[in-house]
Design a protein around this ligand. Structure first.
Ligand code: MN
Length: 208
């Protein structure tokens, strides 16, 4: 039985058309995300085989661990991305998340500009991420390469923006900033706020 599976979207493929066409969302979910799920399961299977046969060469392990990190992280980030977005999204956060964004970034606008720039300025494929950093107990923006590079260890992603070309190219062509601008219109701030509350209350700093 596979460890990972493709989650259903909490809305129809056409539901996020304020930001992306149904065609893009269907391909993104049913093809790209599905491939990361399969990749993670296949890699776990190959690691199990290597344990059974004792065929653990350093080169094989390096390749398998890297492939596991890529596919597992792709699965995690896409699962989060779908939940972060909603046809009823947009506007701005309220409550404790809003206060924390002001505390750690100066203002909502300053956070939004940093997150937008982190996403649009990814070199190649990657993500812009708002994350909770448990050691400093603060919010930070991360710029992730592929799905797993340039990450602060132990950080908990709360809001993720996919900057891979497959997320926007059919609609926005090479104009990634227009796509990112529209993403803000479908952010489900209630989902982000719940993740923030859970991260703050459950995370124990690794240094304590
Ligand atoms: Mn993607």
């Amino acid at each position: 039985m596979p460890t990972y599976w493709l989650p259903d979207l909490p809305y129809d493929y056409s539901a996020l058309e304020r930001a992306m066409t149904g065609e893009i969302l269907e391909l993104h979910h049913s093809k790209h995300h599905a491939a990361y799920v399969k990749g993670a399961n296949d890699t776990l299977e190959q690691l199990a085989e290597a344990r059974e046969t004792g065929s653990f060469t350093p080169v094989a392990v390096v390749g398998l661990e890297k492939t596991l990190a890529f596919n597992l992280s792709g699965h995690v980030l896409h699962s989060l991305f779908w939940k972060n977005l909603s046809p009823d999204g947009g506007d701005r956060p309220i409550g404790e998340l809003a206060d924390a964004l002001i505390e750690h970034f100066g203002s909502f606008g300053a956070f939004q500009r940093q997150m937008t720039t982190a996403t649009t300025a990814v070199q190649g494929s990657g993500w812009g991420v708002l994350a909770w950093e448990p050691l400093g107990r603060r919010l930070i923006v991360e710029q992730i390469y592929d799905h797993h590079g340039n990450v602060g260890q132990g950080t908990i992603p709360l809001l993720v923006f996919d900057a891979w070309e497959h997320a926007y190219y059919l609609q926005y062509r090479n104009v990634r900033p227009d796509y990112v601008m529209r993403l803000w219109d479908v952010v489900d701030w209630q989902d982000v706020a719940e993740r923030f509350a859970t991260a703050v209350s459950s995370s124990r700093s690794v240094g304590m």
